[in-house]
Design a protein around this ligand. Structure first.
Ligand SMILES: *[C@@H]1O[C@H](CO)[C@@H](O)[C@H](O)[C@H]1NC(C)=O
Ligand SMILES: *[C@@H]1O[C@H](CO)[C@@H](O)[C@H](O)[C@H]1NC(C)=O
Ligand SMILES: *[C@@H]1O[C@H](CO)[C@@H](O)[C@H](O)[C@H]1NC(C)=O
Ligand SMILES: *[C@@H]1O[C@H](CO)[C@@H](O)[C@H](O)[C@H]1NC(C)=O
Length: 372
């Protein structure tokens, strides 16, 4: 008798301890995500647009998944931490169902983000004579079309859809960063990248509006990261004009000004959408300020490796980001402890950096207006 009671007590203790971390902090029953490599959980890899890309093998994924999943990081991305905080499984890449006949259940959400994706499509860049080579043509419009295709499998009637989407979270971005990255990395002038800002914002506004008209009620639209602190872009713009670097963090000021311009215009655009669609809750996620915390005070946040150097790639140049050695490619090395680095492979961040940004979102600190 006594033993039984002890067993029951012990058992219930185990249950309560195990269920504690499962209590969700965010109350959403499904998540739909649009974007680029910052949030792609496998679409680019599945798409086959590039045959056996380096993101399809270790060390990608080494920190958390122990294998490559198509995520452009050593582990989880911001969207994975958002899914965890909502008590939901990691969001399935949409192309998993299209490219294989494996039937995927998307009732808890779908991820349409594709690494390398731009907000604008190929013709937009072509018309402007930018002649850039895109890694993928799965732009924001295509991702939106995928959503419309999937929608009838999620809900049928209008009232049914209203009920379903009332409990859904839509993440629109980060997207648009690549619209600047492609021309900048192809050595087009800085001004030409700057001139794209209004067109990038228009496209994001257009698709965000279209999603609301399709039934989205709660939306998070993230801005761009401080790209002036990105290892590949620092390497590309590497120059000896000391005054162009921020003395506080050694990031490249003109590029950060570009990100800030994009973010300011995005915030203004979202304000207009709030007027137009008062029934929708449209939140801005401030990735820029959240990431700036660790670029300004790296050791305070555990980034005791060099915060501007890539963890994975070649040990070369000021940023470990010279284009002759790429992470996962020939001659590449990986730092011992990625959790002490913010930059993973030159262009993408580490799980530790993404965790920092996600925590800032989940706490409500870098999201406005707040969730409730
Ligand atoms: C990865 O491997 C570690 C160590 O073996 C293990 O603790 C962890 O659960 C694994 N992660 C996954 C997602 O399988
Ligand atoms: C998927 O199913 C279709 C029709 O049933 C078939 O033609 C196709 O070969 C299958 N594809 C794969 C990847 O199994
Ligand atoms: C994207 O579309 C353009 C124009 O149709 C084409 O030339 C290019 O090869 C495509 N790129 C990819 C990665 O599919
Ligand atoms: C988005 O842009 C397309 C093409 O210009 C247009 O047809 C559509 O009406 C726009 N959608 C919204 C919701 O503004």
């Amino acid at each position: 008798m006594k033993i039984n009671v002890l067993l029951i007590v012990a058992f219930s203790f185990v249950v309560s301890v195990r269920s504690l971390p499962m209590k969700p902090t965010l109350n959403y029953e499904s998540i739909f995500n649009f974007g680029d490599s910052l949030s792609d959980t496998g679409n680019f890899l599945i798409s086959g647009d590039v045959a056996s890309p380096t993101i399809g093998r270790l060390p990608y994924g080494e920190t958390f998944f122990n294998r490559s999943t198509g995520r452009c990081s050593d582990g989880r991305l911001i969207i994975d931490f958002i899914a965890e905080a909502s008590g939901l499984p990691y969001i399935q890449p949409y192309l998993r169902s299209v490219r294989t006949n494996f039937s995927v259940d998307f009732t808890k959400g779908a991820n349409f983000a594709v690494a390398g994706a731009t907000a604008n499509d190929f013709n937009f860049f072509k018309e402007r004579g930018l002649s850039v080579t895109l890694l993928t043509n799965k732009s924001l419009d295509i991702q939106f079309e995928w959503f419309k295709k999937l929608k009838p499998s999620l809900c049928k009637t209008k009232p049914e859809c209203e009920l379903y989407f009332k409990k859904s979270l839509f993440f629109v971005g980060e997207i648009g960063g690549n619209d600047y990255n492609y021309p900048l990395l192809a050595f087009r002038s800085f001004k030409r990248a700057m001139d794209l800002v209004p067109f990038v914002i228009n496209k994001i506004m257009n698709v965000t509006s279209a999603l609301i008209e399709e039934g989205a009620v709660t939306l998070v639209v993230p801005g761009n990261l401080p790209i002036g602190c990105s290892a590949v872009l620092l390497e590309r713009f590497s120059d000896d004009k000391g005054w162009l670097y921020d003395s506080r963090n050694q990031c490249y000021t003109p590029l950060n000004s570009l990100a800030k311009l994009h973010n300011d215009k995005l915030k203004k655009g979202l304000e207009a959408l709030r007027q137009k669609y008062p029934q929708a809750k449209i939140m801005y996620a401030d990735y820029y300020s959240s990431a700036m915390q660790f670029f300004n005070s790296p050791s305070k946040y555990g980034f005791t490796g060099s915060v501007l150097k890539a963890c994975c790639g070649g040990i070369n140049g000021r940023y470990n980001a010279k284009p002759n050695v790429i992470c996962g490619g020939k001659g590449s090395t990986t730092c011992k402890d990625p959790s002490t680095y913010a930059n993973w492979d030159g262009i993408h961040l580490t799980e530790a950096a993404y965790r920092h940004i996600a925590t800032g979102l989940i706490s409500g600190r870098f999201i406005s207006p707040s969730y409730n």
